[in-house]
Design a protein around this ligand. Structure first.
Ligand code: 5GP
Length: 188
């Protein structure tokens, strides 16, 4: 992977609760990569800020943007719409910035279609039990939501084969180092 004039696009996907967000946040911070904020119709969790964690939209607002061609990709995940706005990605890549998208597998494949050079990274826990433990540890989701997310994560695992590489999240340090290495190699 040589950098050339443009930045690289990375997609990080994997079951909810596998620890993607923490790792991506730390790696972005370490490498000075700006967050590409997604849009969603899900309700904000406690502490989440509109425009920082997500652009929280109504279903009508989301669909209007979709109709207007503003999304690079979008998908229904756990019963809500989630999408990547072109405005969060295109200009940055053109200016030579790397972009990390933390999106679901359906979105990951859509991005790959439009950006064949995008590098797809799959993130998972070593076991399903570990995933359940993490989902429960978050304490912000209801039992119903946890069950839904667990069922969906089994489906997400079926897409691992489309991803260029898998990182198994054992420790935060190891996973950060693995993702950092991928991005730093892309910069050489
Ligand atoms: P959460 O509700 O826990 O923040 O996110 C749930 C799932 O939605 C995660 O698997 C996350 O990767 C995915 N997601 C977040 N933003 C986007 C997006 O812009 N597009 C797609 N396709 N999925 C997203």
């Amino acid at each position: 992977m040589s950098r050339g004039e443009k930045g690289h696009l990375y997609v990080v996907s994997g079951p909810s609760g596998a620890g993607k967000s923490t790792i991506c946040r730390l790696v972005r911070k370490a490498l000075g990569i700006n967050l590409a904020t997604s849009a969603t119709t899900r309700a904000p969790r406690e502490g989440e800020v509109n425009g920082r964690d997500y652009y929280f939209l109504t279903k009508e607002e989301f669909l209007a943007k979709e109709k207007n061609g503003e999304f690079l990709e979008y998908a229904t995940v756990h019963g809500n719409y989630y999408g990547t706005l072109k405005s969060e990605v295109e200009a940055r890549l053109l200016h030579g910035e790397d972009v990390i998208l933390e999106i679901d597998v359906q979105g990951g494949l859509q991005v790959k279609e439009q950006y064949p050079d995008a590098y797809l990274v799959f993130f998972k826990t070593a076991t399903k039990e570990e995933l359940e433990k993490r989902l429960r540890g978050r304490k912000t989701d209801s039992e119903e939501t946890i069950q839904l997310r667990l069922r969906n994560s089994l489906k997400e695992l079926e897409y691992e084969k489309y991803y260029a590489v898998t990182i198994i999240n054992n420790t935060v340090e190891e996973s950060c180092a693995a993702l950092r290495k991928i991005i730093e190699e892309g910069r050489q």
